[in-house]
Design a protein around this ligand. Structure first.
Ligand SMILES: [Zn+2]
Ligand SMILES: [Zn+2]
Ligand SMILES: [Zn+2]
Length: 495
């Protein structure tokens, strides 16, 4: 390519595919013309870009959705088709069903490059791959890759040399696709969409769907959910009895309803999974131990339960500071702020609350509570199962998992769900996608004999506070050593 204005660019129209993003178009241009991305940007950029040095051009001028920094006329002339229009129509085709969301178009597309290893081998990167509601390549069914498999760095979805070296090659040297021998023969291969959910998404008559509305948390949605989830339950909307709610009483009702939902789930879990471990929970939660310095082995069931409760309620300590009461704080400023006891998922619940209020879908607060209840109880049960899965390993180490791992457990506990507002029969439907069956774990409980159970009753509680009090009363070496022991134990179980 001659960069002095006399353009002689190697390009064939057949190299561009349906739904392809400008990212792979530019990579192919880079291969065929042996130029780097900054040269491409300056060649195809508008006047402003042409006069800037490559290293001074910021990320916002390198974005590939609107291509605002590019010379539209020139690109159309060189590529032989309207890449701008292609981008616009592909994006609006994908987002059509999401028109009732207040989010901007860009939030539905990943900021990092997500790619399919097979597609990229054919020189193709598709808008489907960038679309966050798609999880697998719709052509090959493969999981999408969102970071370099070699250096683990993410590659920004931009026309940028920052994380890329040669065309289709990570800065670290990892080759996404190699065209050195095949040259560009691969680029003309046709691909067919095989994913049934995406096919349905693209062909469905969304006009009809516009009457009804889908509501879900963008982070936990998927095309599969909106085309293939199962209807779990339906609530008829009580439109006749609709009345203006007063915000402060709505917030109050939401809080106390959430609290009672949590307590119901808590009781359910204790009855279903923990019937034979109430003494184990008591031992672990009250930090009970005998005359030895060390604390007894932690029962995995007690570990799962205590940490499930601590993380879900976002409590500061895993142990009980006072042995009475349910450990749930009374809310403050409930008149004006959205609050729940399941603080771990407060943002998600608040998102739904705001969406439903914004769309003015409800006649009264009962329906809003129904929605929040569904999400709270489903999440809480699934989240407990995640704790059960890891309990044995971490209980034996007497260590709490990292906050990072807990976040991952949270993500995967949000089994994808969506609500559908049915305008024709004034109802609201709860749809859910169940991906994996709940596993049934069996652990060895260290306290299963009667004598062990009895001994827990005779143990005394040694929390850091009681240890400090002991030293206050009697600063003996023994009490100091005991406190060290207790502090070490607690620090390992902190995150
Ligand atoms: Zn693919
Ligand atoms: Zn790399
Ligand atoms: Zn047990």
């Amino acid at each position: 390519m001659n960069l002095n204005g006399d353009l002689n660019i190697v390009w064939r129209r057949e190299w561009a595919r349906d739904f392809e993003t400008p990212w792979s178009i530019f990579e192919k241009l880079s291969v065929a013309n042996v130029v780097d991305r900054d040269s491409l940007l300056r060649t195809f950029g508008n006047e402003t870009i042409k006069n800037m040095k490559g290293n001074l051009i910021g990320d916002h001028r390198r974005e590939l959705m609107y291509l605002a920094s590019f010379d539209e006329e020139l690109i159309i002339k060189v590529l032989g088709y309207n890449l701008f229009e292609h981008n616009r129509s592909t994006v609006s085709l994908l987002l059509g069903p999401l028109s009732n969301f207040r989010e901007k178009a860009a939030i539905w597309f990943s900021k990092q490059l997500r790619w399919c290893s097979e597609c990229v081998r054919n020189g193709i990167h598709s808008w489907f791959h960038q679309f966050t509601l798609v999880e697998k390549c719709p052509y090959h069914g493969l999981d999408l890759i969102n970071a370099c498999p070699n250096c683990m760095e993410e590659i920004p979805f931009l026309l940028s040399n920052r994380r890329l070296g040669s065309p289709f090659t990570c800065k670290c040297g990892f080759i996404l696709a190699d065209f050195s021998t095949s040259r560009w023969r691969e680029w003309e291969k046709c691909q067919e969409i095989t994913d049934p959910y995406l096919k349905q998404w693209l062909s469905r008559d969304w006009q009809e769907e516009h009457i009804n509305k889908w509501i879900f948390i963008p982070q936990y949605g998927s095309i599969e959910l909106l085309t293939g989830a199962t209807l779990r339950s339906t609530l008829l909307l009580d439109i006749k009895n609709a009345f203006e709610e007063n915000m402060s009483s709505t917030l109050q009702e939401i809080f106390y309803d959430n609290k009672s939902t949590f307590l119901t789930v808590d009781r359910y879990i204790r009855n279903k999974f923990l019937k034979n471990h109430s003494h184990c929970i008591k031992q672990f939660r009250e930090m009970r131990k005998g005359d030895e310095y060390e604390f007894p082995k932690i029962c995995p069931y007690a570990f799962a339960y205590v940490f499930w409760r601590k993380t879900l309620l976002v409590c500061e300590f895993f142990y009980n500071r006072n042995t009475r009461g349910d450990n749930i704080e009374e809310p403050r400023n409930l008149d004006s702020t959205f609050q729940v006891v399941t603080k771990l998922i407060k943002e998600e619940l608040q998102y739904l609350y705001i969406e439903f209020e914004r769309l003015q879908l409800f006649g009264n607060v009962q329906e809003l509570k129904w929605v929040l209840n569904k999400v709270t109880s489903q999440f809480s049960i699934d989240f407990f199962n995640k704790w059960l899965e890891i309990a044995e390993e971490w209980a034996s180490k007497e260590t709490a998992p990292s906050w990072d791992l807990i976040q991952k457990m949270k993500q995967s506990s949000f089994y994808e769900f969506a609500f559908k507002i049915n305008r024709s029969d004034s109802s609201i439907e709860y749809h859910q996608l169940r991906k994996e069956a709940l596993n049934k774990v069996q652990f060895n409980c260290p306290n299963c004999t009667i004598s062990k159970r009895r001994s827990i009753n005779h143990m005394r509680s040694f929390t850091p506070m009681t240890a400090a009090m002991n030293i206050f009363d009697n600063p003996s070496d023994e009490n100091k050593r005991l406190m060290q022991c207790i502090n070490l134990y607690v620090s390992k179980l902190r995150f």
